[in-house]
Design a protein around this ligand. Structure first.
Ligand code: NDP
Length: 245
């Protein structure tokens, strides 16, 4: 079984580094032309040049709905449409509920959840015309099981799951599929900030006994973007070494 995304255009938010970067590289390796997105244009363009296969860099602060809408329009103009939308950009602003500020709640919900809603709303029109589309939202196992100190993050990721199931039902008749990939603990800048003790404690809860790699997540995304996943929609695929089962 080979994944062939030739002639597809993929927009991947947060693809300058980490999981999004691995997703962009993998989709490009499967033949897709990729729009690489980060907050800084020079960084996004540099990443796109490294990824190759016609990838282009775009700047977007996904917490700003106007910028997200403009991003979708800009990518459609540059590439002639969007076939695969991966909402990956995400942030954490952890704190115990008692100390969590309204602005930390809002920033995480706006960056992680509202951005996906706005991007899907903007991209669905083009997908509906083509009667083909793949929307993949990157949530987290924390959206399934919660986590002390991450009320904002867990709510945003659980919200992505509800959003995705609704989108899946709303757009299925147009052959637009929407699924969620929920990673467990993956080695990136986001998790490099953890103490060795925290890493040890968490690893002991993972049956496969290691953190995942960005590639582990990217492989799942490439499968869901491909023709091999044509009968799968509204699902949550956990990529977590068996942590949540
Ligand atoms: P990183 O922090 O390593 O990378 C985040 C990416 O998102 C970067 O490309 C960054 O680009 C971009 N980004 C961040 N904020 C914004 C913003 N406001 N607007 C536009 N782009 C932004 O994160 P990971 O790769 O670890 O995580 C990627 C996704 O996977 C996130 O949604 C995260 O919640 C999720 N996830 C990660 C897990 C993990 O263990 N690492 C576990 C479960 C889920 P730049 O800095 O260039 O702007």
């Amino acid at each position: 079984m080979r994944i062939d995304l030739t002639n597809k255009v993929a927009l991947v938010t947060g693809s300058t580094r980490g999981i999004g970067r691995a997703i962009a590289e993998t989709l490009a390796a499967c033949g897709a032309r990729v729009a690489v997105v980060g907050r800084d244009l020079a960084k996004a363009e540099a990443a796109a040049a490294e990824i190759g296969n016609g990838a282009q860099g775009f700047a977007c602060e996904v917490g700003d709905p106007a910028q997200v809408t403009a991003l979708v329009e800009g990518v459609e103009k540059a590439f002639g449409g969007i076939d695969i939308l991966v909402n990956n950009a995400g942030i954490t602003k952890d704190n115990l509920m008692l100390r969590m500020k309204d602005e930390d709640w809002n920033a995480v919900l706006e960056t992680n959840l509202r951005s996906a809603f706005v991007a899907i709303r903007a991209a669905q029109r083009g997908m509906m015309k083509k009667r083909w589309g793949r929307i993949i939202n990157i949530a987290s196992v924390v959206g399934l099981i919660g986590n002390a100190g991450q009320a904002n993050y867990a709510a945003s990721k659980a919200g992505l799951i509800g959003l995705s199931k609704s989108v899946a039902k709303e757009l299925a008749s147009r052959n637009i599929l929407c699924n969620v990939v929920a990673p467990g603990f993956i080695k990136t800048d986001m998790t490099d900030a953890m103490t060795p003790e925290a890493v040890q404690a968490l690893s002991s809860q993972i049956p496969l006994d290691r953190f995942g790699s960005p590639q582990d997540v990217a492989s799942a995304v490439a499968f869901l973007a491909s023709e091999h996943a044509a009968y799968i929609t509204g699902q949550v695929l956990t990529v977590d070494g068996g942590m949540v089962m």
